[in-house]
Design a protein around this ligand. Structure first.
Ligand code: BG6
Length: 464
């Protein structure tokens, strides 16, 4: 049964950056809160020649580095580390999988997480299948990039499908594990207030921004072949767009939610060569400063000139009845002056201002859903400024805060992966990306001519 909890988790890429920064801290967070199955064993595997003891030391150091001190409890850390086992192996060598399967032994439900380069996916999946670690109810989670274009994505998906049917394939987009992203669904579909306005009649435009201050962070090999469009837009940002734009699903379940999202992807107006110049802007960061500290430009970090975009802004349209004529502006970049991610919904203004003759201006309402650095939801409304109004009426924009921080102050803010790993272990695919979604996201999109001028504007903060 695909949805009985797994009691064994197998993690490929167990010594890698993602494992250390996100996956081990997430697993620890779940273990510390008693959310993992009591008998869950975790097997890490990677090329590094480590014993289980040595891997536990590596994992312990990762927890010290990446889990805030107030959430670290010595007894819980040590109980968590006891769950870990390690098998050193080269996943590109099929002969090494027997050792892996011997180490895992009999299991009562297996979940596998591939946190490795996609170039290893095919060999790993073949190796798993050859030793019987793909059959039965075994679930497979994969990290992006799942291809750079439709053809390469199909190749990866075909290799996966040869051993794992779609209902046991869990494609990760970690944005879907973010609390505020799910809260967007609660806001839209748990309140009757917004839905009547949530269309071209009530909304003027939508802006989705993911602005980062970090640069390459040692990921040159991956990023140079990807760029901002593939790294951020064609996955995370399109997922956010789909959650804003989709029709109400009949229930909060894997098929219903994903059916609605894929309809949005299929309604996206393609950006072709002819329209790219007028609907997209790209840029690459040059040397500058972040937080007062000098930082090198992209090409300097890379060590050679490059045409890869580290900034992209584009105007998208969802060509359907609900969103006719409503632009969705997406923009993201690295080394921008500030780290913030948000969805900004600009409603239409009132049709006629009764205050105009009294000197007051009325601004249209806005809904701002902040994902980072803080998680807040804020509705900006017009209110009258107190006073006797002898010089005219003054209206002011005031925020109605539906902020996570205040309303749920005693709840720990979880890492997005905690939710996703738990869903993988328990077999709930609702927040994972289905094959047809990935393929619809990857339909050909062109970018406008690469514009160096954009890097300069970015540095000056104009695009933040
Ligand atoms: C990753 C991208 O998927 O998301 C990174 O590969 C990016 O380039 C990261 O920095 C952003 O994630 P978050 O959760 O920090 O917004």
């Amino acid at each position: 049964m695909p949805n009985s909890p797994a009691n064994t988790l197998l993690l490929f890429g167990a010594t890698g950056d993602l494992a250390q920064r996100m996956l081990l801290p997430s697993l620890y967070g779940l273990a510390a809160d008693g959310l993992l199955p009591a008998d869950l064993r975790i097997f890490g595997t990677a090329r590094s020649d480590l014993t289980t003891e040595a891997y536990r030391t590596v994992a312990g150091e990762a927890l010290t580095k990446y889990v805030p001190a107030e959430y670290r409890d010595d007894a819980k850390v040590s109980a968590f580390l006891d769950r870990l086992h390690y098998v050193a192996m080269d996943a590109s060598d099929p002969s090494q999988f027997t050792r892996l399967s011997d180490a895992v032994g009999a299991h009562g439900g297996l979940a596998i997480f591939l946190s490795t380069a996609p170039s290893l996916f095919r060999a790993t999946i073949g190796g798993l299948a050859s030793v019987g670690l793909a059959s039965g109810a075994v679930r497979l989670a994969l990290e992006k990039p799942l291809g750079t274009d439709l053809a390469s994505s199909r190749e990866i998906n075909d290799a996966v499908a040869a051993a794992f049917p779609e209902e046991r394939t869990f494609r990760i987009d970690h944005y879907l594990g973010k609390e505020t992203v799910q809260n967007l669904l609660a806001l839209r579909f748990g309140n009757s207030l917004f839905e009547p306005l949530w269309n071209a009649g009530g909304i003027d435009h939508v802006q989705i921004t993911v602005s980062e201050t970090v640069g390459l962070e040692g990921r040159a090999g991956y990023y140079e072949g990807s760029g901002a469009l593939r790294d951020m837009v064609q996955n995370h940002m399109l997922q956010l767009l789909a959650l804003v734009a989709m029709e109400p699903p009949a229930q909060f379940g894997a098929s219903a939610v994903r059916d609605e999202k894929v309809k949005v992807f299929r309604s996206l107006r393609p950006i072709d060569r002819a329209s790219a110049a007028s609907t997209t802007v790209t840029g690459q960061y040059a040397a500058g400063a972040v937080g007062g500290q000098p930082v090198p430009g992209y090409a300097d970090e890379l060590g050679k000139p490059s045409n890869t975009e580290t900034f992209v802004a584009l105007k998208a349209h969802v060509d359907n009845w609900r969103w006719k004529g409503v632009p969705f502006y997406l923009r993201t970049g690295k080394r921008l002056p500030e780290r913030h991610s948000e969805i900004f919904i600009q409603f239409k203004g009132v049709p006629h201002s009764i205050f105009a003759s009294r000197g007051a201006s009325v601004l249209p309402n806005k809904l701002v859903i902040r994902l980072q650095p803080e998680e807040t939801i804020r509705l900006l409304m017009m209110a009258k400024q107190p006073g006797l109004d002898r010089d005219g009426i003054r209206l002011r924009e005031v925020p109605l805060d539906l902020g996570m921080a205040n309303a749920f102050a005693d709840t720990r803010r979880r890492i997005a992966y905690e939710r996703l790993i738990l869903d993988l272990i328990e077999g709930d695919p609702t927040l994972f990306v289905r094959r047809d979604e990935v393929e619809a996201q990857l339909r050909r999109r062109h970018l406008g001519p690469f514009g160096r001028h954009c890097a300069d504007r970015t540095r000056r903060g104009e695009l933040a």
